[in-house]
Design a protein around this ligand. Structure first.
Ligand SMILES: [Zn+2]
Length: 233
């Protein structure tokens, strides 16, 4: 079992960036926690929508099979200082996470940049730190992909829990989510994918069933004398 922490600045950031991957982690029996650093007070809608955003995030976390932690910082005012690093460090301590997902560092939203930078500091001793894409991400060159073909509808359901943002924000479009997953899937030569740009990524190599040895005909076997022979001139 892996212990996984996904960090996002606002309600719905994590679902958009890596929701299907978190569903795959949950299905694999991993312990998944999401840390939402602010309450999204500056998101779309009136005061009632802002209050409801908390319940929406709780519902979305349940859909992902994830535990939810709140960072308690102020929307649009997150800075990558010691206090923000401490929020992520506390979540890492509480969860014992060994895999961390977070915003990509190059992003036009100041909170996303600050959360990415603070998480890189907090996770400096971890071997698996992967950045996800947001609608406001600027440069993003992923090299790690997760096949989420079986989890895309679950991702859309988790996003659907964020009704106050999905219905009111031009940044969250379900058809763009599907198109993006298919684009990354084509890049990765699979069906639908979520894409990640890692800061560090150590592969898990688990034992696989033993393959029968390939029978090489005697005439084709390389013997030490063949290997040591001088190359033909
Ligand atoms: Zn955000």
């Amino acid at each position: 079992m892996r212990r996984v922490l996904a960090v996002g600045a606002h309600p719905d950031d994590i679902e958009l960036g890596c929701g299907a991957t978190l569903l795959a982690h949950s299905a694999a029996g991993d312990a998944v926690t999401v840390l939402v650093v602010t309450g999204g007070e500056n998101g779309p809608g009136d005061d009632a929508a802002v209050v409801g955003r908390r319940a929406e995030q709780e519902q979305a976390a349940r859909t992902l099979g994830a535990r939810l932690l709140w960072g308690g910082l102020r929307d649009c005012a997150v800075v990558p200082d010691a206090a923000t690093v401490a929020v992520v460090e506390r979540a890492l301590r509480e969860t014992g996470a060994e895999v961390v997902y977070v915003h990509a560092p190059d992003d036009s939203h100041q909170d996303h940049r600050a959360v990415a930078a603070a998480t890189l500091s907090a996770a400096r001793r971890l071997s698996r730190v992967l950045h996800y894409q947001s609608p406001s991400t600027l440069t993003f060159s992923p090299t790690v992909y997760v096949d989420v073909t079986a989890y895309l509808s679950g991702k859309l359901a988790a996003l659907g829990a964020h009704a106050s943002q999905v219905e009111l924000s031009a940044m969250v479009e379900p058809d763009a989510v599907v198109a993006s997953a298919r684009h990354w899937g084509a890049q990765a030569r699979i069906g639908y994918a979520e894409a990640f740009a890692p800061t560090r990524m150590v592969l898990d190599l688990v034992p696989t069933p033993r393959q029968p040895a390939v029978d090489v005909p005697e005439a084709h076997r390389l013997t030490p004398s063949v290997l040591l022979a001088a190359p033909p001139r």
